[in-house]
Design a protein around this ligand. Structure first.
Ligand SMILES: Nc1nc2c(ncn2[C@@H]2O[C@H](COP(=O)(O)OP(=O)(O)OP(=O)(O)O)[C@@H](O)[C@H]2O)c(=O)[nH]1
Ligand SMILES: [Mg+2]
Length: 282
């Protein structure tokens, strides 16, 4: 079997840790063997004990106290420390029977969009440990109110995709907060589903019309350029996710498997129960 790792990224509170738990629960019920790798040095509690945990190497609180750093500087320090101590990672990644890691990442998106630290870690996983990688970028459905927020979410997802340089899936999380039914009223904490469906797989032309209708004409050329960019990178579509729904989590896992070509290099199994005598006289 090959080695696979899924990087669960996205802004703070977008549902990364909840998704990791849901993926592990789903794996348990379907008899698959997934391991949790906690890459968030500030994480507190986990429903599943991580198989690999950066907090065993370094914790954010200690760094902030000892190095007199704030939370963001402290996080960068933790990642630099990890990259300087790859022998620790080597020990941790040692030998699982089949490697399929779900990596729960911190919510500071600068790590994927502004610094090369995460990219360096991924390069190590790919080149030294032969992992196939897939990154997920979660954007909260609640955040996508209008076309401008859709642009903001999509552009940060794109920036992360380019920086991380591996197969990539955009995910719109917390879809259960979206009101079902076409006549549902918009309420606090919930939106009309039809309203949001436009942003799951939108038509670029409609996006541009919507953006132009709500902005000053001097920004129309910019809107056009953004829509063109999003379209060129095929970044427009988001996979809907309700982490509380088994089918939704299963469907996302199938997409991830497909993106990493999971299982394609598995050796064909010997047909153990076949009586070879059946063929001898043929
Ligand atoms: N309704 C609903 N709530 C969710 C879902 N996923 C996550 N949440 C809630 O959103 C909040 C944040 O979820 P987390 O999983 O901790 O988010 P995170 O991205 O790991 O957050 P950080 O690690 O702080 O960046 C929690 O209160 C979750 O219960 C979902 O699919 N539906
Ligand atoms: Mg988390």
């Amino acid at each position: 079997m090959g080695r696979y790792a899924v990087l669960v990224t996205g802004p703070a509170g977008s549902g990364k840790s909840t998704l990791c738990t849901s993926l592990l629960t789903h794996a348990q019920t379907t008899g698959r063997n997934l391991h949790l790798f906690n890459l968030d040095p500030a994480a507190e509690n986990f429903e599943f004990k991580p198989t690999v945990d950066i907090r065993d190497l370094i914790g954010l609180e200690d760094v902030m106290e000892e190095m007199q750093l704030g939370p963001n500087g402290g996080l960068v320090y933790c990642f630099e420390y990890l990259l300087e101590n790859l022998d620790w990672l080597d020990e941790q990644l040692g030998a699982f029977e089949d490697d399929y890691l779900i990596i729960d990442c911190p919510g500071q998106i600068e790590l994927y969009t502004h610094t090369p630290l995460m990219t360096r870690l991924l390069t190590t996983l790919q080149q030294t440990y032969q992992f196939r990688l897939c990154s997920l970028y979660l954007v909260e459905s609640n955040f996508i109110d209008d076309v401008n927020k859709f642009f903001a979410g999509t552009l940060s997802a794109m920036s992360s995709m380019i920086n991380l340089d591996c197969s990539h899936i955009n995910v719109m999380s917390k879809m259960d907060l979206v009101k079902r039914g076409e006549t549902a009223q918009r309420t606090k904490g919930g939106k009309n589903k039809r309203e949001l469906d436009r942003y799951l797989d939108p038509d670029p032309l409609l996006l541009m019309e919507e953006a132009n209708a709500s902005s000053n004409p001097k920004f129309h050329a910019l809107n056009e350029a953004i829509v063109q960019l999003i379209d060129d990178f095929s970044m427009v579509s988001f996979m809907p996710l309700d982490a509380t729904d088994e089918d939704s989590v299963g469907s996302l896992l199938s997409h991830i498997d497909h993106a990493m070509q999971y299982g394609e290099d598995e050796e064909p199994k010997e047909p153990k129960d076949m009586d070879m005598g059946d063929f001898e006289d043929a």
